[in-house]
Design a protein around this ligand. Structure first.
Ligand SMILES: Cc1cc2nc3c(=O)[nH]c(=O)nc-3n(C[C@H](O)[C@H](O)[C@H](O)COP(=O)(O)OP(=O)(O)OC[C@H]3O[C@@H](n4cnc5c(N)ncnc54)[C@H](O)[C@@H]3O)c2cc1C
Length: 475
């Protein structure tokens, strides 16, 4: 069922200007508005908003929501727009409510081990600020230098440290949320256990902005790890790299990260960065492994143990990063894979986000490759492999029309989601559902599950104005 939403009239724009300040409300600057019409899923998935509002504070968010609720105008919350599932795209037009100006770190509380932040804080800025006080914020999506904490919570972002610390939901201690009605709700804070309900607001994590707008987030801080070392391991075959992962994880060595990059994704990213990795001419795949240890001796024992497992598993070579510069160079390749892919092909589709149990990762990889081959498309593979979270990237054949490609790419991913589900996994590990993945998501849920989810949504947002057309769609 598609709802009838209100139209944004000049009178409503005047009310919105009164609520959020005239300078924060954009309606007639097409170039600016276009920047808010798409995310990293690509411009092919874009939709123009009627209004963009860049709010300064919770009061403005609440005032905007009261107006939106009165006139039934759709509202799409937006963080940095780095999402890969079209979650921040205003598919029904209306208001894009950007949290980019709410970007202050309000408090770092060393006793309760929490930080209180506004949603527009860039993830890496929080990481740096708490590191100066001896803490670790353990969220680490590969978009850490661009994405915002609010977007990370809304998508339950994963990333390079999930195997050790879990995904963003685990780091949420409390929230301030503005509901569709404009009501401001606070939940959680600094207590770490309770049997009374969702005391930390963690159920909001992963709701893709469909249950309210987070205006303050209280996150858990971990003690900063003592010493870490990064290993780069080159393999002659992808299968050998994949096979080593479970052995490394069960070795008992404290692993913080374990990432995989195949030949194609490495080549295009190194070309984009004008750099290279050792053994690049022979390597079919690399594992990047980060290990923790409290003393130099323990760290050395650990990486020797892991190094032996890798060499026994067929590695061509294991390189231990000797300095921060070497470590940064390795991670730079991993963090720039999306840019490398887009540089290679502006239509590269990055929306693959499959998760399967570690035991069936080899099958998932093989089926992803076989499906790409059947369709005659080039595929690169990367991912947070220790979590069983794989991101196949596919590239548009030169002779295919772009509008046909979006559909073609989603059909490919739909097939892979079917494989992931058959293997005991799911079709989105960390990027959210948005509207790009919505048909696949709906297709894998039972009627009972959907009825429960729709009931929750309706209780917070009876008119479905909060990011409509996402996750559960229009109902
Ligand atoms: C190069 C690259 C690497 C990436 N690596 C990873 C990775 O390793 N792991 C991973 O999980 N993702 C990754 N992503 C995807 C993306 O960065 C994450 O989904 C990120 O969490 C999105 O944050 P954002 O601030 O850009 O949110 P946006 O894209 O702006 O929005 C995402 C969703 O959050 C909602 N939202 C944003 N702010 C709020 C708020 N304050 N209140 C309520 N809802 C809100 C939006 O409505 C939307 O539904 C990567 C993307 C790129 C481009």
């Amino acid at each position: 069922m598609t709802r009838e939403y209100g139209k944004v009239t000049p009178e409503i724009v005047a009310e919105l200007r009164g609520a959020a300040g005239a300078r924060n409300v954009v309606t007639d600057d097409k170039d600016t508005m276009e920047n808010y019409s798409y995310d990293e899923a690509g411009q092919l998935f874009g939709h123009m908003p009627d209004v963009v509002i860049r709010v300064d504070n919770t009061e403005q968010v609440s005032a905007v929501m009261k107006i939106a609720s009165k006139y039934k105008i759709p509202v799409t919350p937006r963080g940095a727009g780095s999402g890969l599932a079209g979650s921040a795209v205003p598919v029904h037009g209306g208001i894009v409510l950007s949290l980019e100006k709410m970007n202050r770190i309000l408090e770092i509380d060393p006793v309760n081990r929490v930080a209180v932040v506004e949603p527009g804080v860039v993830t890496n800025e929080l990481c740096k600020a708490v590191a100066e006080k001896g803490f670790l914020y353990a969220g680490y999506p590969m978009s850490t230098e661009t994405s915002f904490i609010g977007g990370n919570v809304a998508t339950n972002a994963g990333g390079g440290k999930v195997i050790r610390y879990g995904s963003t939901r685990r780091h949420v201690m409390g929230l301030e949320v503005v509901l569709a009605s404009g009501t401001v709700r606070n939940m959680g804070g600094t207590i770490r256990t309770a049997t009374w309900g969702d005391h930390r607001g963690q159920r909001r994590a992963g709701s893709d902005g469909t249950l309210g707008i987070m205006t303050k987030i209280i996150v858990n801080l971990e003690p900063k790890p003592g010493k870490v070392v990064n290993l780069l391991t080159a393999f002659g075959t992808l299968d050998e790299a994949v096979d080593c992962v479970a052995k490394v994880i069960r070795s008992g060595v404290p692993i913080i990260s374990c990432e995989i990059l195949d030949r194609l994704s490495t080549a295009i990213t190194c070309r984009y960065l004008n750099t290279s990795l050792p053994y690049q001419d022979k390597a079919a795949a690399y594992l990047i492994i980060q290990i923790e240890g409290d003393t130099d001796e323990r760290l050395e024992d650990s990486y020797e143990k892991v190094g032996k497992i890798l060499m026994d598993g067929g590695a061509l070579e294991v390189f231990v990063a000797e300095s921060r510069t070497e470590s940064a160079a390795i991670w730079n390749v991993r963090q720039n894979l999306a840019e490398g892919a887009r540089n290679y092909d502006p239509y590269a589709s990055l929306s693959g986000d499959l998760v399967v149990p570690l035991s069936v990762v080899p099958e998932m990889v093989a089926e992803s490759q076989a499906a790409a081959k059947r369709r005659g498309i080039e595929m690169g593979l990367l991912g947070h492999i220790a979590d069983g979270n794989l991101h196949p990237i596919i590239f548009k054949p030169k002779d295919m029309e772009p509008h046909h490609w979006a559909e073609f790419a989603e059909e490919y991913f739909e097939e892979l989601v079917g494989v992931a589900v058959r293997l005991g996994g799911v079709g989105s590990g960390e990027h959210g559902v948005g509207f790009v993945k919505m048909p696949i998501f709906l297709g894998t849920k039972s009627d009972e599950e959907l009825a429960i989810l729709r009931g929750i949504k309706a209780s917070f947002d009876p008119d479905n104005i909060m990011n409509p057309g996402k996750v559960l769609g229009d109902f």
